[in-house]
Design a protein around this ligand. Structure first.
Ligand code: GLC
Length: 575
């Protein structure tokens, strides 16, 4: 049951177009493939889909390097295919959110191509962040900033006369030049881009790097604290240890507990809020509840809440929740911090465990974050080799917990199948710029982006019918295929379907959370809209409530429960 503002309680499913379904059989997913498979999402019971980028792009960063914001890359199809997808989704009652990538374009975008051909000081250059180099001959980068993907955040162009020219800023790959958001021309272009897609009927935008865009005046040098999260203002591990916020194992820290660090000069500058407000005005011109969702890696939640004040965006991904380990105390703290922060500005909290940038939670929840820091990925030479059975068990318990929380939740394609991270990808198949820019020191994100399995016995597990796949699918993935889980009572797919159905039936997304006491420190227990949810993150079984009165029954369980006790790494819902 959805209230008028659907997004306040919605479950939004992330489709990663490269890896969802491939109608033309070239090994890379496409829009026609997505349209054909939309029924499965309606059966699953989600309210909306968010599509990662399918725009014209050289695909240096899997489409987050956009060369034309208002067209579909031929590898994914055409605008007509997009319209067909939209129509089918709406027919099924699914909302559609598309990705907006405003911090940077591709270096192949006509704006950047014009900029490098135009002289210094020209209008064309002023659309990006070009600066003269420092030192003799301008041979040194304008400042010391580093790219999120590794290496310097500046590259130097060669002028048409063959001589080294100015430097341009790229917080990500060198093929992703940062746009100059101080320039009103850039702002106008993006309002037109929003209108282009709104006119085509999209229900909203997921805004990429919504904490970037504006840079501090003068762009001063900045050295992040050791081990700081690469994407955001996450606290460095050393600071956290020094402040006592973290025990030595790193497994008990709620990401919301981190001390607030000084803001880096390239993230979370005050000026971004002005941009949020301009966009909000554009969305408000349209009928229906269109929504802006911030991808902003900003700590702590009370600071992130500034992105979703009433005249700014509608939602922000809750990465503090995603980054919190499987530990009852830590989870309680991050849930409280999130509900407090978002409700203080009238926004719903969101919850997310996986996406295309992080290790899938069926693997991540059994890794020690100290040994496997966020952003590094995991591969054959990583320091830990996770136990896949325990990982899946925890993932199921964590998902059942998340889907009972009030607010809006995000599900990343494949998590409903219990997919683990693909760890053993051959080096030559890897494509993440992080892998290249760190000379293989960091594996990056390919392991969570492998095309998903639909049919256990089909070529490429039903991703297409040619058997091609842009990243190789692990053989054991046949056991995760959708068709081998459909209708199997204790499968992960059925657990998700049941959670989503009960969530809708009890309107949990619009509910309110009340903590329950008395189950011990390693257990999370709360009530939301008449449903009691108990999750055991510890190593000992926990007695289930006897006092909950006659007629209490378990309506959902992430793993077998017998004899009135809740085993470790298990979540139940009781009504
Ligand atoms: C966002 C995207 C990520 C991309 C980066 C640069 O964080 O989610 O995939 O690489 O922005 O656009």
């Amino acid at each position: 049951m959805l209230t008028t503002e659907w997004w306040r309680s919605a479950v939004i499913y992330q489709v990663y177009p490269r890896s969802f379904a491939d109608a033309d059989g070239d090994g890379l997913g496409d829009l026609a493939g997505i349209t054909r498979r939309l029924d499965a999402l309606s059966v699953l019971g989600v309210d909306a889909v968010w599509l990662s980028p399918f725009y014209t792009s050289p695909q240096n960063d899997a489409g987050y390097d956009v060369a034309d914001y208002c067209d579909v890359d031929p590898r994914f199809g055409t605008l007509a295919d997009f319209d067909t997808l939209m129509a089918r989704a709406h027919e099924l009652g699914l909302k559609v959110i598309v990705d907006l990538v405003p911090n940077h374009s591709s270096d192949q975008h006509r704006w950047f191509q014009a900029a490098i051909r135009a002289p210094e000081g020209s209008e064309e250059r002023a659309r990006y962040i070009f600066r003269d180099g420092k030192g003799p001959g301008g041979d040194e980068a304008p400042n010391n900033w580093e790219s999120v993907f590794g290496g310097p955040a500046w590259s130097r162009i060669t002028d048409e006369n063959g001589k080294p020219g100015q430097w341009y800023l790229h917080l990500f790959d060198s093929s992703q030049p940062d746009l100059n958001w101080e320039n009103p021309w850039v702002r106008e272009q993006f309002k037109d881009i929003l209108r282009f897609w709104l006119d085509r009927g999209v229900d909203g935008f997921r805004v990429d790097v919504a904490h970037g865009m504006v840079k501090a005046a003068g762009m001063p040098d900045y050295t992040p604290p050791a081990n700081a999260g690469s994407m955001g203002s996450s606290a460095g591990l050393d600071d956290a240890l020094a402040s006592g916020a973290l025990d030595a194992s790193g497994m008990n820290e709620a990401a919301s507990d981190r001390p607030e660090l000084p803001t880096p000069p390239y993230w979370a500058q005050d000026g971004v809020h002005e941009i949020n407000r301009e966009w909000r005005e554009v969305l408000d011109e349209y009928e229906g509840d269109r929504v802006l969702v911030a991808e902003a890696w900003v700590d702590p939640p009370r600071k992130l809440a500034q992105w979703v004040r009433p005249d700014e965006m509608h939602q922000a991904f809750n990465f503090a929740y995603l980054e919190t380990p499987w530990n009852a105390d830590a989870i309680r703290r991050v849930v409280d911090a999130s509900l407090d922060a978002f409700s203080s500005v009238g926004a719903p909290s969101t919850w997310v465990l996986s996406n295309h940038d992080v290790i899938r939670h069926a693997t991540r929840l059994v890794l020690n974050p100290e040994l496997n820091p966020q952003g590094a990925g995991i591969g054959p030479n990583s320091p830990e080799h996770p136990d896949p059975e325990l990982g899946l068990r925890r993932a199921r318990a964590a998902s059942a917990l998340m889907l009972a929380l009030p607010g809006s939740a995000y599900v990343y394609q494949g998590e409903e199948l219990g997919l683990p991270e693909a760890i053993h990808l051959p080096d030559e198949s890897r494509q993440d710029p992080t892998w290249f820019r760190t000379d293989g020191e960091k594996y990056g994100r390919d392991g969570c982006r492998v095309p998903i399995p639909w049919e256990a016995e089909a070529p490429a597990f039903g991703f297409n019918d040619t058997g091609l796949s842009w990243l190789p699918q692990p053989e054991i993935w046949s056991q995760f295929a959708r068709d081998s889980q459909e209708g199997v009572p204790d499968s992960t797919l059925e657990l998700y379907k049941r959670s989503l159905a009960l969530r809708a039936e009890h309107d949990l997304g619009n509910g309110a959370l009340e903590w329950l006491q008395g189950y011990g420190s390693e257990t999370i227990a709360f009530r939301n809209s008449g449903v009691t949810v108990i999750a055991n993150t510890g190593t000992e079984s926990v007695q289930l409530p006897a006092g909950d009165g006659p007629g209490t029954r378990i309506v959902l369980q992430s793993a077998g429960v017998d004899g009135g006790t809740l085993p470790p790494d298990t979540t139940v819902w009781l009504v």
